[in-house]
Design a protein around this ligand. Structure first.
Ligand code: DGJ
Length: 755
């Protein structure tokens, strides 16, 4: 997969991509290409790519010696600002208050196979026959700094993983002011910048705007990747759509403050960079110390947005999420939050568990409110022992009762948080993230614990471990409901470590707690959550194979949230719950059918008062769960495909999921607002279908040719006169199709359950 040509050109290639860079005249690394595979590169090809006998106008030269060489117009692998290149660089290092304009020159390279999965820090991992890594050692001799850049390529994935390490070989400490993880230079600006942005209750909507000369960015300074912006960003060729056109995407395997930015220069060269947000960050590097960046991923597809979504999702499943879960079906969860909020006791929960079990659910999750004396959001975070008022017989006994019903048990924790009204706070007020100022901001009535301090993490783990052992816990929901303000750690202050290291050390502390839990209890399934989808990132996915995407469980809003999220994350990473109507976040009234149709794409769950269901609703849920169980592998791990391009104001969505052999698919069509008097003949093309086969579409025989070129018929909408025949009526329409290959001479095949 990795070829080194003449000792100075590096070609990483597999069946999907080529990535090429070389050692420039000044011994720094220049970038040449990322895109479709190039095959074997000849000497002539290389000369053709590299040769440039002139420089762009109006530039400063790199040195006296070569009057034609400037970094300003060179695509680079790891650019440094200020030595003839005026764009922002990937690394800034200061010595005392003096910026160093570093000159990292090639020293040697090293090849290795495979990538180990180490719980301490999230990164992509692979077996020896699944990936190769090229590490380039660079050095700035004058400043006594070594920099190694790693590039990994994986069998059958259109992705390059990058990370960097810097070592201080000098005598004096230096300060890293900025050190990003992923850089990609493209010789054109003919792209849209795509970001997944929003807020609490409306996370990761797709936003797309045209690139112009200048800089655009998405990032976070909240101590978490955040609700507002996601670390997944993409450059989408202007004419690219769902199925065609070049798309470059980047993501960071990190859950803390990040920055994803794109700068377009005066010649329409585009520089994409992603990494730890340099604002409120710096890191002191003493003699012989090293610092490593989180890993960045750069993806490419020439098959539009579906192509990129397929790559990012599959890659996360195979090389980021623990393999234990990457193909393992997930339990159908019942979560009591929207059913009871804080108002419950063991009796009420057992009744809900029994009702859930009768309907076919498989895991009962007790959400917030089971511990301390927590009857509202004002107390007890940090006191992880059961409230005796709610569990008079103890949590252990309750757990046994749940297990006796043949249900798994899940419990909600918010390990990083502390309430001012808690035993833990009374004992350790100094464990709170809080500046010595007299004023401190409060979020949801709570403070953040200082996870930069290892003894705080240990103390919280001690409490969690007791609960896990006592309940033989199967599932954890790990929440995180407030962001970090006035970031300050007493521990760092005592250790004389700069507070600018806090945010990064905090997130490493969070990872260390995940590592402790998973080392001792590798079987536990952890669901990530952060006030909904405030930390939906690859760092969290490394430990939690699924994440609660949003506190907004409204089916219509979820169409947007899930469509955006699916560009960067797999279907199997969702926790989708069917909730009540009117919805608690939007007060929108939708049918149970629509709510179940949306939620079945990915791991399915329920979060509504089961005691209030009508018999008809119970029947609908039982039938859907039966269908889901029959098709769970497909709906969780199948290939997801958008049949209609998603825009910010889309009125129609069509989601498809198909199996590897393309013998089966489930398609759901959603229309948010009814269209008056719409045509009776509207079709949705199914591009992924095999044209040499015939399919049963909800039992009707249709050829692959027809499905691909004409499509499935959209549901017959109420148009003012067709009262009896209309298949969908009013707003919030939902219609599902089950497709199965029809085997010639067979009876037609079973429908694998009814939707
Ligand atoms: C926010 C989560 O996103 C909800 O699902 C719920 O767990 C609440 N926190 C509980 O406080």
């Amino acid at each position: 997969m990795i070829e080194v040509i003449n000792g100075n050109v590096f070609h990483l290639q597999n069946n999907r991509i080529s990535y090429v860079f070389y050692i420039m005249k000044n011994d720094q690394l220049g970038h040449l290409y990322f895109g479709n595979p190039l095959g074997r590169l000849s000497e002539m090809d290389i000369r053709y790519l590299i040769e440039r006998n002139n420089k762009s106008g109006g530039t400063v030269k790199f040195s006296q010696e070569d009057g034609m060489f400037t970094l300003a117009d060179q695509a680079q692998e790891y650019p440094v600002y200020g030595s003839s290149d005026f764009k922002e660089g990937a690394i800034d290092v200061f010595h005392e208050n003096e910026p160093w304009y570093l000159d990292f020159k090639f020293v040697r390279y090293h090849l290795s196979k495979g990538k180990e999965r180490q719980l301490a820090v999230p990164s992509a991992y692979a077996a020896a026959d699944e990936s190769e890594t090229l590490t380039i050692q660079l050095s700035d001799e004058e400043h006594r700094l070594d920099l190694s850049l790693s590039f990994s390529i994986f069998t059958d994935f259109a992705v390059i993983a990058k990370n960097q390490q810097i070592v201080n070989r000098g005598q004096d400490p230096v300060r890293i002011q900025k050190m990003l993880s992923g850089v990609l230079e493209l010789p054109s600006a003919d792209y849209d910048f795509l970001q997944l942005s929003g807020a609490w209750l409306k996370e990761r909507h797709i936003k797309r705007r045209k690139l112009e000369q200048g800089t655009v960015s998405a990032g976070s300074l909240k101590g978490a990747s955040g609700h507002q912006h996601n670390p997944f960003i993409a450059l989408v060729e202007k004419n690219a759509d769902n199925n065609k056109g070049n798309v470059y995407a980047a993501n960071l395997i990190y859950s803390g403050n990040f920055l994803g930015q794109v700068e377009v220069d005066e010649w329409d060269n585009t520089r994409l960079m992603i990494g730890i947000n340099p604002a409120y960050f710096s890191w002191e590097l003493n003699a012989d110390e090293s610092f490593s960046t989180p890993e960045a991923l750069l993806f490419f597809s020439d098959q539009g947005l579906n192509g990129i979504s397929n790559q990012t999702g599959r890659f996360a499943e195979k090389h980021i999420i623990d393999r234990k879960w990457s193909n393992e079906i997930r339990p159908i969860v019942f979560n009591n939050w929207e059913a009871t909020y804080f108002d419950f006791d063991q009796k009420k929960l057992l009744a809900l568990a029994k009702a859930g079990k009768d309907l076919g659910m498989e895991c009962f999750v007790i959400d917030d409110g089971w511990f301390g004396k927590r009857d509202n959001a004002k107390s007890s975070l940090g006191d992880w022992y059961a409230d005796p008022k709610k569990f008079p017989d103890g949590l252990g006994k309750f757990a046994r009762q749940i297990h006796e019903m043949k249900l798994q048990l899940g419990i909600w924790f918010e390990p990083e948080m502390i309430s001012p009204d808690s035993d833990l706070y009374r004992l350790h007020p100094e464990w709170v993230v809080k500046h010595p100022y007299s004023r401190a901001s409060v979020g949801r009535g709570q403070f953040v614990l200082d996870f930069a301090d290892p003894k705080v993490v240990d103390a919280i783990y001690g409490q969690l471990k007791k609960v896990i052992l006592d309940t033989q816990l199967d599932y954890i929901k790990w929440d995180m409901n407030r962001n970090i303000t006035e970031a300050y750690s007493n521990y760092l202050s005592q250790k004389k470590i700069d507070q600018t290291e806090f945010f990064h050390r905090y997130i490493l502390g969070v990872y260390s707690l995940y590592a402790k839990i998973l080392t001792d209890f590798p079987e536990i399934l952890i669901e990530g959550c952060a006030g909904g989808g405030g930390r939906y990132d690859l760092g969290i996915l490394f430990y939690s194979p699924q994440i609660w995407p949003s506190d907004d469980s409204d089916a219509v809003e979820r169409l947007k949230i899930q469509s955006g999220t699916l560009l960067g994350y797999p279907l199997s990473s969702f926790s989708n719950h069917v909730s009540a109507s009117p919805n608690h976040q939007t007060e929108r009234i939708t049918s149970l059918k629509m709510r179940q149709d949306v939620a079945m794409f990915g791991p399915l769950g329920y979060e509504l008062n089961l005691a209030a269901l009508s018999d008809h609703e119970k029947e609908e849920i039982t039938a859907r769960i039966a269908f889901y169980k029959n098709n769970r592998q497909l709906l969780t791990f199948g290939t997801f495909y958008q049949l209609i391009e998603v825009k910010e104001d889309s009125n129609e969505y069509a989601w498809a999921v198909f199996n590897e052999e393309k013998t089966e698919a489930v398609i759901a069509f959603f229309r948010i607002l009814a269209k008056p008097n719409s045509s009776v003949q509207e079709f949705l093309k199914v591009p992924f279908i095999c044209t040499d086969r015939t399919y049963l579409v909800n039992g009707q025989t249709v050829s692959g040719q027809v499905l691909k070129n004409i499509g499935i018929r959209k549901p017959y909408q109420f148009n003012g006169v067709n009262h009896d025949q209309a298949e969908v009526k009013g707003d919030f329409q939902s219609y599902t199709y089950y497709l199965k290959e029809k085997i010639p001479n067979s009876s037609g095949g079973s429908s694998n359950g009814k939707i």
